[in-house]
Design a protein around this ligand. Structure first.
Ligand code: GCU
Length: 597
C-alpha cells in the first residue's frame, strides 16, 4: 500500500480512536442502582463555592483550586476565602443573594480517601440542576444535563490515596431546548440539590436489576440483573429468604441475566405495604434491596391493583421543603409531606413535575402510598429539536433505572399540559415507546390537553389519549375559566374506554385570608371551588382517581400578586408553614366517603 494511503489510513484510525476515547471519557458510566446498599462515602456537608455569573471559571481553571505560591502569580479566585453552601441543597434557599440567581456556580470539596485494591470507585450524584461539569483532581470526568435524575462517573485509578479534590460547575440557566424549557410554574432551584457520594464496588459488580412480578401475573417474578464487566456466563443469584425463594441464572455476553420463576408472595398494597428483603449476588458482589410485589392493570375504565379495582385518592406534590422552603431532599421532608397526604386520606400521590429524590419514593412505598412519577416534559418544549428529545429520553431512562423496583410507582408520566401539535405527538410517542420497552409492568400516562366542547360537555380527545394507558386531565373550572358553580353541570366525554384521572384542579388562597365564597383568594372561595369540583367528579363513571393541585404552597417566579402570592403558588391545601386550609377538610371528607379510613 503506497505510503500516503497507509499514512492516511493510520490518521483516520487515530481520529476514530481519539473520538471513541473522548466519548468514553466524558460519557456518564451506566447508573449504579440502589447505591445506599453499597459501600458509600457520603460527601454531604459544607462545600466552598464561587458564584460565576460571567462563566469565567473554566477559562481560569477553577477546577485546579490553585493557591498563590509565587508573589508575582496572578490568580483571580480562591475557594478557601469564598462563601460556602450545604450539599445537598439548592443555592437559592441558602443565601439571600442567590434567591433569584440563575447562572453558573462552582463547588469545591476536598476529601481524603484510601481506595481499596481491586475495587472500583464511582462518584454519584442524586441530582444537580441543571447542567453539571465534574472534575476530580483537576481532571474533567464528564458532564450531565437534567435537574432531577441521578448520574455517576467512574473514578477508579483517578483517586489519590489521601487527599482528593472534587470540583463541580453547575449551570442552572433555563434554555429553549432543555427539559423543562424556559417556562415553568415552579422555582428553578439550582445546584447540587441532592446527595453526592463515593461508591465502591467490586471490579465486576451488579450495576442494576429489575425484579418485579411479571406483567399481569401475580405468581411469577420476571426480570433481569445487569452485571458490569463480568464475563458472559457469570452466575447471578436472586434470593427472597422469607419466601424461601432462590434462583440462579447465567449472564449473557452483555452481562445480563434474565429470570422468570414462580413466586407465591404477599402482595404490596396501600393496606399492606409488604416489602421483602431481596438478596442479589454474583461473584464477589452481594447487595440487598427491600422490594414490594404487586400487579397494576387498566381494564376498561378501571384500575386494578392485585386484581382488585382501586380508586386513587390522591394529591399532587411539588418537591418543596415544608417550613424552610427550597428543594426538598431530606427524609424529614418526605415524612412531613407524605404524612399530610395520609392525613388527607390519600392512597396515592402525583410527584410533580419531575422525578423526586429517591428517599421520597421509598418513603411512599413504606407508607403504602401509590405514586405517579413524571419527567418534566412540561408546557412548551422544542419538539422539533433532536437534542431536546435525547434529553427527555435520557431523563426517562435515568428515572426508570433508579426506580423500576419500587412497587409504589404504578404510573410513568411522559408529559404535562403539552400543546396539541403533530411534532409534539411524535416526540411523545418516542417517549411512550421507551417506557414500554424499559418497563411493561407499569402504566403509561400524561396530563393531556383537552380540546373541544359540546355545550356543557368537555371532550377528552387529545390525540395523546390514544397513546397512553391511563388518561389524565388538568382542569381549572372556577379558577382559570368559567364559574365555580359551572362544574356542577359540566360533563366529560372521553374518546377512549380507558381509566380517567383528574390530575389537577384547584384554586389559590393564602392561609388565614377569609371572606365570602365568591371572593377570590379567600379560603372560603378555595373550599367552595373544591365542593363544586367534587360534585362534578362524583358524576363521572370513568373516574379512576384524582390528584388535586396541590398539597402545599410552593415558590414560583410567576406568582407575583403582592400580599397574596409573594412569589408562591397558593393553591396548596396546606400553607408552607403546615397550616391546613378549609379546602383540606373538604377533600378529606370526600376521601372518607370514598373509603379512606
Ligand atoms: C398547571 C400546571 C401546574 C401549575 C398549575 C397552576 O396545570 O400543570 O404546574 O402550577 O396549573 O396554574 O397552578
Amino acid at each position: 500500500m503506497p505510503t500516503t494511503h497507509r499514512t492516511q489510513r493510520r490518521s483516520v484510525l487515530i481520529v476514530l480512536v481519539l473520538f471513541a476515547a473522548a466519548a468514553t471519557a466524558f460519557a456518564q458510566t451506566p447508573l449504579i442502582a440502589n447505591i445506599h446498599a453499597r459501600q458509600i462515602t457520603d460527601l454531604s456537608g459544607t462545600w466552598s463555592t464561587i458564584i460565576d455569573a460571567y462563566h469565567v471559571g473554566e477559562r481560569n481553571r477553577f477546577y485546579e483550586d490553585r493557591h498563590q505560591t509565587d508573589p508575582s502569580e496572578l490568580i483571580e479566585y480562591n475557594f478557601d476565602h469564598s462563601p460556602t453552601l450545604k450539599v445537598p441543597g439548592d443555592w437559592n434557599s441558602q443565601r439571600p443573594e442567590l434567591f433569584l440567581y440563575e447562572g453558573t456556580l462552582w463547588y469545591r470539596r476536598i476529601f481524603s480517601y484510601h481506595p481499596a485494591q481491586g475495587k472500583r470507585q464511582f462518584v454519584y450524584f442524586g441530582a444537580a440542576n441543571y447542567h453539571a461539569t465534574v472534575y476530580l483532581n483537576a481532571q474533567k470526568l464528564g458532564e450531565h444535563s437534567g435537574g432531577y435524575t441521578p448520574f455517576n462517573f467512574e473514578v477508579t485509578g483517578k483517586l489519590k490515596d489521601g487527599e482528593n479534590l472534587l470540583v463541580v460547575e453547575v449551570d442552572d440557566r433555563r434554555s429553549k431546548d432543555a427539559i423543562p424549557a424556559l417556562n415553568t410554574d415552579w422555582w428553578n432551584y439550582g445546584g447540587l440539590t441532592r446527595e453526592v457520594s463515593l461508591v465502591e464496588v467490586p471490579s465486576a459488580f451488579i450495576e442494576n436489576y429489575f425484579i418485579q412480578l411479571a406483567k399481569g401475573s401475580p405468581n411469577e417474578i420476571a426480570g433481569w440483573v445487569q452485571l458490569n464487566s463480568a464475563a458472559g456466563g457469570s452466575e447471578v443469584t436472586i434470593e427472597i429468604p422469607e419466601a424461601k425463594l432462590r434462583q440462579s441464572a447465567k449472564a449473557d455476553e452483555h452481562g445480563r441475566a434474565a429470570f422468570r420463576f414462580p413466586a407465591q408472595l404477599t402482595p404490596w398494597s396501600p393496606d399492606n405495604p409488604k416489602l421483602y428483603e431481596v438478596r442479589i449476588s454474583s461473584g464477589t458482589d452481594h447487595l440487598t434491596d427491600q422490594i414490594g410485589f404487586r400487579t397494576i392493570e387498566a381494564r376498561g375504565t378501571k384500575l386494578y391493583l392485585n386484581g382488585k379495582p382501586i380508586f386513587l385518592r390522591g394529591i399532587s406534590i411539588h418537591e418543596e421543603a415544608p417550613f424552610r422552603g427550597g428543594r426538598a431532599f431530606a427524609s424529614e421532608d418526605d415524612k412531613t409531606l407524605l404524612g399530610w397526604a395520609k392525613e388527607l386520606g390519600c392512597n396515592y400521590v402525583r410527584l410533580a413535575h419531575y422525578p423526586h429524590h429517591e428517599s421520597m419514593v421509598r418513603e411512599a412505598e413504606r407508607m403504602g402510598i401509590l405514586v405517579w412519577s413524571e419527567i418534566p416534559v412540561y408546557w412548551d418544549i422544542d419538539w422539533k429539536n433532536p437534542d431536546s428529545l435525547a434529553q427527555a429520553r435520557q431523563q426517562l431512562h435515568e428515572e426508570i433505572a433508579r426506580d423500576q423496583n419500587r412497587a409504589a410507582i404504578i404510573l410513568w408520566s411522559i408529559a404535562n399540559e403539552t400543546p396539541i401539535d403533530p411534532d409534539r405527538l411524535e416526540f411523545l410517542k418516542a417517549l411512550a415507546s421507551d417506557v414500554r420497552s424499559l418497563d411493561n409492568t407499569r402504566l403509561l400516562t400524561a396530563a393531556l390537553n383537552r380540546t373541544g366542547r359540546e355545550g356543557k360537555t368537555r371532550l377528552i380527545d387529545d390525540p395523546l389519549g390514544a397513546v397512553v394507558d391511563v388518561l389524565a386531565i388538568n382542569e381549572y373550572i372556577g379558577w382559570y375559566e368559567s364559574r365555580v358553580e359551572d362544574a356542577d353541570t359540566t360533563e366529560w366525554k372521553s374518546s377512549w374506554e380507558k381509566p380517567l384521572l383528574f390530575s389537577e384542579f384547584g384554586g389559590g388562597a393564602p392561609y388565614g385570608r377569609h371572606g365570602a365564597t365568591n371572593e377570590r383568594w379567600t379560603e372560603e372561595y378555595q373550599a367552595n371551588l373544591y365542593r363544586h369540583q367534587l360534585t362534578m367528579l362524583r358524576k363521572i363513571p370513568a373516574l379512576a382517581g384524582l390528584s388535586p393541585w396541590v398539597l402545599m404552597d410552593f415558590h414560583s417566579p410567576v406568582r407575583l400578586l403582592p400580599g397574596v402570592q409573594d412569589m408562591r403558588n397558593r393553591k396548596g391545601l396546606v400553607s408552607d408553614q403546615g397550616q391546613r386550609k378549609q379546602a383540606f377538610y373538604v377533600l378529606q371528607e370526600y376521601y372518607r366517603e370514598m373509603g379512606a379510613h
